[in-house]
Structure formats: C-alpha cells, structure tokens
Design a protein around this ligand. Structure first.
Ligand code: GLN
Ligand code: ZN
Length: 467
C-alpha cells in the first residue's frame, strides 16, 4: 500500500488537475474473492498480508483519506509490517527448495533416450492393441461421492469409512472399465474435489480459503489455492488409490497428476519471485510424485496440462519465453523415469495449432487432446505437419449428455488417420467424465471401444486380402 501511495503522489504531482483524479482498483474485482472476513482458518501471517475485494475497497478509501497529504494512515504501516513479516517467514525462504531448483536448472530436463528408442521398449512392455482405448481420468462425481466427502469433512465419517467408500467406487469402476473392454484403465479420481485444489491441499507452500470463490466461466466458480510459500513435496499424494486400483486388474492403470503449469495457472501466485520459479518448485515436487508412482509399479503416468495455453502472455512477443519455461517445468516433472515408463499428458479448452511445437517439445509419449468440439480444425492442421509421438484425439464431446453413435466416432477416427500414423494413435474422449452420469458414460465408452474394434477388424481383413 505504501508503494501505491507513492505512485498516487507522483501522479498528483504530474497532473494539472489533481481534483479530477479517480482512484480505482487496477482490474475488475471479479477476479478476487469477496472478503477475508470469514477466513478464520487462515494463518494470521498470511491473512494479514492479503486483500480480497472488500479489503481492497477499504484500501482505496484510506488512500483517498490521505490524498495530497504527507500523512501515513495506520492501515499503511500495519500493511507494510504484515508484508515484511510474510517475506521473512521460513515458509517463504526454504533454502533447500531454492537450491534444488538451481540444481535442476543446471542440466537439461531430458528422458534417458529419445522417443523412437522409448517407443520400441514401450511397445514390448505394454503389448497394447492397435488404437488403444483409454479415458482422461475422472469418472462421474455423483451426488453420493460428494456427500461422502462432506460427511468425512464434517467429521460424521471417519477417514477409514471415507477411504473404504472411495475404494468401493474404484472397485465398481475398474469392473465397469473391464466390462466395456478399455485397454488402459484409470482409478477414477473419486477422492478429488478439483484437480488443482487436491494437490494444493497436500503440498507444503499452499494455503486454502473457506470462501475464496471466483468466477471460472459462466455460472461456474472455483476456489483457487494460494501459493504463498516455497513449494515442496511432502508425502505421496496419489499412490494409495492408484496402487489399489492396480491390484484389481491385469490391465495397466494410468496414474493421474495435474501438471505444474496447470497448478500454477489455476492458483493465486505469490509475486515476490518470478512465476517461472514457482512453476519449477511445483515441478520438482511433482517429480517426486511421479517417481513414487513408478516405484509403486504404476508405469503409465498422465500429467494433465489443460491450462498450459491460457497462461500465454497477452503480448505475442512474450509467448516463446513463457512456453520455454512451461515446457521445461513439465519436463522436470516427467523426465526422470525409465524408458519403459509411459508418460501421458492431456490438454483441452483451447486451440493448439499455434503452440503445437511446444506441445511436441513436452516430449510426452502420448498426448490426449480435445478435438470433437473444434470440428476437426486441429486434424486439418496435421496435414501440414504430422505429430510424431503418441496422440489421442478426443472422439466425443464430454460436455453433453448425448451418447454419440459408434459410426460417428468411427468417421472421426478415420478422418484423423488420414493425417496421423495409426501406430501412434489412441482412442479417448475429449476430457474427464466427472460431470457425466454413469449410464451415459458406460454407453458412450462402449460405443467408443466398439469403434476402435471395428477399425482394427477392418485393418486385419484388409491386410489378409493383400496377402
Ligand atoms: N484428469 C482430469 C479429469 O479427468 C483432467 C481434467 C481436465 O482436463 N480439465 O478430470
Ligand atoms: Zn480436459
């Protein structure tokens, strides 16, 4: 606030008509939560250094009160003290984290071998059919799942009871996926409220609000976590559920993590160090999670980056710098694994054509990407430049309850395979199925699997004919 007062004083000095100056926030208050008042769980160290919409308005009023005078209101001095206390706090100055980041940046974040070498090893290990089928991670978060979590949060259910319930959902959906005939399964993400909040709750350096809601789009709201300290790995976050799911099936279960850039872009981020360093800290913490999954025998791991594109700076000349560090952060998280471990990533909500080189530079063995809503625009862009790694183009829109027919999906697949290599192609929906109901999910996925089977049969009978 002191800095704002100084700025205001300068403006007053330069302005010929000081009385016409209007003081207002720099951006719409839509982007901050309403008030700090109900945040009784926030540590005072952090709370005192924050300002949500109401507090920002109070600050403006105090600024006006000292307009043109040298007086410094107490709110300003208190504010300065709070900010100083926060910057001196141990949580913001973890030397071990800082030096791990420096160390990681000394060498390029690269897999042991290039994709061509990994691909051969992975084919041998995984023995998947042509056009393997999979999903993006989440299965329906029904009313029952949400109410189980509420009961546990309120203390009506013990952790044991809640864990058991989550396990029973995993049991059910592993069974369903096997019945449908999917090739790579997922545990279903029933334990997660939100793909960013879940990880933030488990990573030191993050804080949570009770009512810090902001608009996401339309009537949807999110409660972004606050990254206020140096972020580091605490304990495994996803191993328990994934490992459990893997005990139930012979098919591979894909581990499921949210990537460093998506966690960064969907949180409130401290501004005292560059964003890219916060991204690297998260990336290193996630690397430990990736390694923990690998050690637990989960050797297909998806690291979701749906928010990669939305972090692009407004000025186009700044894009490349952002993309370079974003790609590097992803690679820090994912490059320390064995050649046979298959890294997947997933993206949605955006056009990809203009950042396709950076997407490729992520060096993920497989990417699943939303396409069904953009009506094949992405597919045509592969006519000019094909994609040389594993890729699954979403074959149906998960935002609608409509169950698409097998024929519709088959024609999308055939269109895509005019420009992409069938040996590298995966079949999956556009995004997670969290918002869908069970019945429509099962029906749509069954059609999807039978579209893949029909394509495989066509290929086999054609090759028999050629012989
Ligand atoms: N794995 C997440 C899910 O399935 C991905 C969500 C997303 O891309 N927004 O829900
Ligand atoms: Zn998605």
């Amino acid at each position: 606030m002191k800095a704002t007062k100084q700025l205001l004083d300068e403006i007053i000095e330069l302005s010929p008509q000081a009385e016409k100056i209007i003081v207002q926030p720099a951006s719409s208050l839509l982007h901050v939560p309403v008030s700090l008042q109900g945040e009784t769980d926030l540590e005072p160290l952090l709370k005192n250094a924050l300002a949500f919409a109401e507090e920002k308005l109070d600050e403006i009023v105090s600024l006006k009160a000292v307009f043109g005078s040298a007086a410094v209101p107490s709110l300003f001095t208190e504010n300065e003290q709070s900010l100083n206390a926060l910057s001196a706090a141990p949580v913001r100055n973890r030397l071990n984290v800082r030096s791990q980041v420096e160390q990681a940046l000394q060498q390029p974040a690269e897999r042991q071998n290039e994709f061509d070498v990994r691909r051969v090893k992975q084919e041998q290990k995984w023995q998947l059919p042509l056009l393997p089928t999979t999903t993006i991670g989440s299965f329906p978060q029904t009313k029952e799942v949400r109410s189980a979590r509420q009961k546990w949060r309120k203390g009506e259910w013990s952790t044991e009871q809640y864990d058991q319930y989550i396990q029973s959902e995993i049991d059910k959906w592993i069974r369903i996926q096997e019945e449908i005939g999917l090739d790579v399964l997922v545990h279903g993400e029933f334990e997660r409220t939100d793909m960013v909040e879940f990880f933030g709750e488990k990573l030191p350096g993050f804080a949570f609000t009770r009512g810090g809601w902001v608009q996401s789009y339309g009537t949807r709201c999110v409660k972004p976590p606050i990254i206020y300290g140096d972020v580091e790995f605490g304990q495994p976050m996803t191993v328990k559920e994934t490992e459990y799911a893997q005990t139930l099936t012979q098919k591979p279960v894909k581990g499921m993590l949210t990537g460093p850039i998506t966690i960064l872009n969907w949180s409130f981020v401290r501004t005292d160090i560059p964003r890219k360093y916060v991204a690297y800290q998260i990336a290193l913490a996630l690397r430990e999670e990736v390694e923990a999954l690998e050690r637990a025998g989960i050797e297909m791991i998806q690291v979701d980056e749906p928010a990669l594109r939305e972090g692009l700076p407004l000025k186009r000349e700044e894009w490349q710098e952002y993309l370079d560090w974003a790609v590097n952060a992803f690679r820090i998280s994912t490059s320390s694994v064995q050649d046979t471990t298959q890294i997947h990533t997933h993206m949605c909500y955006c056009e990809f054509q203009d950042i396709i080189d950076s997407i490729q530079a992520l060096d993920a063995d497989v990417i699943s990407i939303e396409t069904s809503r953009s009506h094949g625009e992405l597919i045509s862009s592969f006519e000019e430049q094909t994609y040389p790694l594993g890729i699954g183009l979403g074959v149906y829109d998960i935002h609608s309850p409509r169950v698409p027919s097998k024929e519709e999906m088959l024609s999308l697949i055939e269109r895509a395979l005019e420009v992409l290599d069938p040996q590298l192609f995966w079949i999956n929906p556009d995004c997670g199925l969290k918002t869908r109901g069970q019945e429509e999910t099962v029906a749509a996925l069954s059609h999807m699997v039978s579209a893949a089977e029909t394509y495989r049969e066509k290929v086999t009978s054609n090759s028999l004919k050629v012989k």
